[in-house]
Design a protein around this ligand. Sequence first.
Ligand SMILES: [Zn+2]
Length: 127
Amino acid sequence: MTSKATKDQRLKESRLKRARALAGIDPRRDPPPPGAVMADHAELAHNNPYELLPKFYVDRAIVCRQCGTEEVWPAERQKWWYEVAKGNINTDAVLCRSCRESKKAQKAEARRIHLDGLARKRAKHGT
Ligand SMILES: [Zn+2]
């Protein structure tokens, strides 16, 4: 392992440790801890208006449903998921980054095969 990889690994672990320590914080009721990313309620407005919305996001430790790896779901990524991708506020990341990426690759591959099949069918029919 290079020293950079070791450093990255150590950084990852300390971030994970910090995320675990933040698990008891309730972003709907508690004051934001240092390093929290503030939520934009205008962007969250697509959700149930009667629901109490989070005031901020903090790094969260998640365990991948597929491979069991514990990983940080960074506060900035949560903000992106809920406010830009308009993910439901009651949904959480369930897969680690590498499982998410391989799932995405699988989907792209299935789509490519499907499109190839269509193209072949069209070619056969001379259109
Ligand atoms: Zn995984």
